[in-house]
Every structure is written in C-alpha cells, then in structure tokens.
Design a protein around this ligand. Structure first.
Ligand code: ATP
Length: 357
C-alpha cells in the first residue's frame, strides 16, 4: 500500500475538465515533483490533496485512510507557496508558532517545537526579526519552518522558489532536499522548471492537460521519455520522421535517414510513419567511419563554442540535426563549417513515443 494514493481524481471548473481521472501512488518519504506547462492542472491537483478544493470525482487516501472528504485543517498538511505568505506584523517566532497556537498546542511545547523547526531551517538567532528585515531566501526558510513545525503528514510546496533569483533558487532547492531527507517527510513539489524537477525529485509526475504523461525517476524521464510530449518538454531534442519497418521481439525496427535502427519499444504497427527523438548530446560525430554503428555523412553548417561543449548544426537530407559535442570527443581540426562528418548514435538513444505505436 502506498502512503499517498490518488485514484481517478477528477475536477472541472464550469464545464472545463482540468484534472482528468488522475491516479498516482507516492511512497512514504518520497519527494515527488508535479512538472508541466502552465495550466496543466498541477496546482489544482495539489489543492485537492491539501483540501482547498473539493474533488469532483475519485478519491485520495493517506496511509490507506480516505482524506478527500476532510476539511483542510484536519488533513495535517504543511504548505508552502510562491509568495511566502508570512504575516508581516509578526516576528519569525510568532510566524512559525502560529499554526501551533491554532491547534491549541500547550505554550510550554510551542517554544521547543518552534526552536526545533528554526534549527532545522538554519534560522537560529532570527526569532525576533520581522519578515521585512530578512532576505528572500531567509523568508523562504521561515515559510518552510512554519510548514514543518506542525509535523505534517505531507509537505506540499507550490512553486516555492519562483520569486528567487537563479543562484538563490539553486541554493534553496538544495536546502529543501537536505531538510526533506533529514526529516523524511513525504513531499510534493509543484514546478514548471524541468531542471529543478530533475535535480531534486525522487520521481517526477510529468503532467499535460490534466493527465500524467509519465511518472518516473528523473533519469528515466530524461533518458526514456515515453511520449512525444515528455520528449519535447524535458530537455532539448531533435525530432525526425522515421518509418516502423517491423516488430522484432520487444523492439521495433525503424528506418531513418536510410538506415535501420532497433529501438527498444513494444509496439505493433508496421510501415507507419513515427516521430523519432534524439537528444543533441546523444548525437555523435567522428572523422572516421565508426565500425560498429550505422553512420551517415552530414554537413556542418554552424559551429558554436559553448565552453563545456560545442554545438554543431548538421544537415542531412535537408533536415537539421543539432549535436552537442564534448570537448575531447573529436579533433577540432576536423570540425569546421562546410566539412562533412560521420554522424551516428546508439540505437537505444533513439526514442519514439509510446502513444504513436
Ligand atoms: P501554473 O503553472 O500556471 O500555476 P497549473 O498547472 O498549476 O498552472 P492550475 O492552476 O491547476 O494549473 O489550473 C489548471 C486550469 O484550471 C487552468 O486552465 C486554469 O485557468 C483553470 N482554473 C484554475 N482554477 C480555477 C478556478 N477557480 N475557476 C476556473 N478555472 C480555474
């Protein structure tokens, strides 16, 4: 049994379906991101878990017990939002203590619990400050301390870092993961930032139009995207049209640029055109024809030095192929605009979307 379970959760606003029979199982202690473009239903789903919105269908359980009929304050969720929502007229101590007072925790216990939450978030010594006397990152920590102090069953974070500048954002996300692992609290983190989701999550639920497209580890989401949407949404990708020639055990034989590739994917259709995806860093080039791989000559149209890599624009059969080449993979004298270079990739680095075969 999973810790948090969403089963066929459904929500519509007026007549617009916003969350469409969404099912998801999250294990205790996991950090899961809801990742997707604006309007895909991330916040709506989070708000149904928190109890700020009612479900129109389906159910939500924590530890096997249904919670979707409970009011928000009885669900034991810790929340943190984009605009920290700290009370400006209260000190840090009072802000963090607020949830405990509401829950009528004894005064003697409040001090200890607040101190514990402030230690966890590295805010010792700031008890008497007001929010306006603190930096954005510090205010963010106060908001986190306030969410954690009630010892919630789940920590729900809605785009918590989007108000911070890029550098602080990275620092804060590392702190959040560190605290989350230390406390062992099951956490959902809403973001539309793919890099953020890849960096912090145990698993990512990639959402599109009220549905989950893929629920997987960051590595699998990036390296084994299961749909065209996931391929396009996470990272950069080259997109070509290939043809499925035949089914081959649990593989499909795909023809692309006149060559055959065996792609690990269950599917049935033959002689059907499919979108094929390959990441720029998986496209390889070589001055000599590689022995063990399918390769084809492509013309270098553009070369851009980017520090840790060089980006090539290659042209084959009228199509553009973007290749990101590591600094040591090819002798630089072979890479110049106008040159033809052998271009290849591993069969398993080529992906086709599951929804097409
Ligand atoms: P963002 O990243 O922009 O916050 P999101 O993925 O969190 O997007 P939601 O806020 O869940 O998306 O909204 C999903 C859809 O539901 C959007 O089209 C939004 O306009 C609509 N929506 C959200 N709340 C309401 C509401 N109270 N009444 C009507 N429509 C709503």
């Amino acid at each position: 049994m999973s810790y948090l379970s969403l089963s066929e959760v459904y929500k519509k606003f007026n007549d617009v379906e916003v969350v469409k029979n969404l099912s998801l199982d999250i294990e205790e202690g996991e950090l899961v991101s809801f990742l997707g473009p604006s309007g895909c239903g991330k916040t709506t789903t989070l708000n149904m878990i928190a109890g700020f919105l009612e479900v129109d269908g389906g159910g939500i359980t924590v530890n096997g017990k249904a919670i979707h009929h409970l009011p928000a304050h009885k669900r034991g969720m810790g929340m943190m939002f984009q605009n920290y929502a700290l009370f400006p007229h209260m000190t840090v101590f009072e802000n963090v203590a607020y949830g405990l007072k509401l829950r009528k925790v004894k005064k003697s216990e409040i001090g200890e619990k607040v101190r514990e939450a402030l230690n966890m978030t590295h805010l010792q010594g700031y008890e008497k400050r007001y929010p306006k006397e603190m930096s954005g990152g510090q205010q963010q920590r106060v908001a986190l301390a306030r969410a954690l102090v009630i010892r919630p069953r789940l920590l729900l974070l809605d785009e918590p870092l989007s108000n911070l500048d890029a550098k602080l954002r990275v620092k804060m996300r590392e702190e959040i993961v560190e605290i989350q692992k230390q406390v062992g609290i099951t956490t959902i983190f809403v973001t539309h930032d793919q890099e953020e989701a890849l960096a912090i999550s145990d698993r990512i639920a990639v959402m599109n139009k009220g549905r989950i497209e893929q629920f997987d580890t960051p590595e699998n989401t990036y390296n084994q995207p299961e749909s065209a949407f996931v391929s396009r949404f996470i990272g950069e990708v080259n997109e070509f049209t290939g043809v499925v020639l035949e089914k081959y055990d649990k593989n499909l034989k795909i023809r692309l640029f006149g060559l055959d590739y065996i792609v690990p994917m269950d599917g049935t259709l033959s002689n059907k055109e499919v979108d094929c995806f390959i990441r720029p860093e998986k496209v390889q080039v070589s001055e000599t024809k590689p022995d063990n791989y399918n390769s084809f000559p492509a013309k270098i149209e553009k070369k851009t030095f980017l520090g840790n890599k060089t980006r090539l624009h290659l042209r084959k059969d009228g199509q553009l192929i973007i290749a990101d080449i590591g600094s040591i993979s090819v002798q630089p004298e072979h890479i110049y605009v106008g040159a033809e270079i052998n271009t290849f990739w591993l069969d398993e680095d080529l992906h086709i979307s599951r929804d097409e075969v």
